[in-house]
Design a protein around this ligand. Structure first.
Ligand code: 9WO
Length: 249
């Protein structure tokens, strides 16, 4: 997959492929990340990319010409790629969005700075807007890096992809089960016995029960989005009844 990032801070966005799954995705040729700086496309003799807002007010607005030219160059490098703007007005980015975008051959991510972008640019060049949540950042770059990380770990061929991405309980619409490592006892708390039993079927059953239970406890809204078959319903009931026992202790 080829991801083109339009940003006034390309060196910031490039940091995302220095570590972790995005780095592996680049090293294995599954991901190509190409930043494009609107400043390089400015036809202004001072390479200016921002101007004062019509109507007045504080701050500056990104001029349409340089950022549109950068997006047009990105479109040539990644034909048919959708153009997404990172903004609080966008669709809420989630795992389903990550999975959908990971199936594309290309993607153009546009990062704004200053007080915002000229609205005519958004109408002309942007296919959809993506939001990480209801908060304001100083620019779209950190949000673009989050989107790139979420996509990179889903790309086929990225190390461990087959097991870990499919195993993510988020791919089943659930939170993760708890994890434990050595030592067996720490600050008076023991690792659950089942995890040391070597009984893989029992372990898988315990993990699914915990994933269902943790989702019920911490994010009950997510359970509205998943169809619980009889096995899962039974596991969740079992988790809930064990909760009550824990509370009474
Ligand atoms: C800022 C803003 C504030 C209140 C209501 C709507 C708003 N839109 C923007 C906006 O698009 N700002 C541009 C991009 C320019 C300034 C910094 N930008 C930005 C992107 N701030 N916050 C984001 C963002 C992106 C994705 N998810 C959450 C926030």
């Amino acid at each position: 997959m080829r991801i083109e990032v339009v940003s006034l801070f390309p060196e910031l966005v490039e940091q995302v492929v220095r570590h972790g799954m995005p780095r592996i995705a680049v090293e294995t040729g599954q991901l190509e990340l190409n930043p494009r700086n609107p400043r390089d496309f400015s036809t202004n003799r001072w390479r200016r990319v921002d101007e004062r807002p019509y109507g007045g007010g504080p701050g500056m607005v990104m001029e349409p010409q340089p950022i549109a030219a950068a997006v047009e160059a990105a479109r040539v490098a990644a034909p048919a790629a959708p153009v997404a703007l990172l903004s609080p007005q966008g669709h809420r980015f989630d795992q389903a969005w990550a999975e959908r975008l990971a199936q594309q051959d290309g993607l153009v991510l546009v990062c704004g700075r200053y007080e915002g972008l000229d609205e005519r640019f958004v109408r002309e060049e942007v296919d959809f807007e993506l939001s990480l949540g209801d908060f304001v950042l100083s620019g779209g770059e950190l949000a673009a890096m989050v989107v790139i990380d979420a996509i990179a770990r889903l790309l086929p061929g990225v190390l461990g992809h087959a097991e870990s991405a499919a195993n993510d309980s988020f791919s089943a619409g659930l939170l993760d089960h708890p994890h434990y490592t050595r030592p067996e006892g720490w600050r008076g708390q023991r690792v659950p016995e089942v995890l040391m039993s070597g009984d893989h079927a029992r372990i898988a059953r315990w993990r699914l029960k915990q994933a269902l239970g943790q989702t019920w406890l911490k994010r009950p809204d997510l359970l509205d989005g998943v169809r619980l078959d009889e096995v899962k319903m039974a596991l969740l009931r079992e988790f809930i009844s064990e909760q009550r026992v824990d509370e009474e202790r």
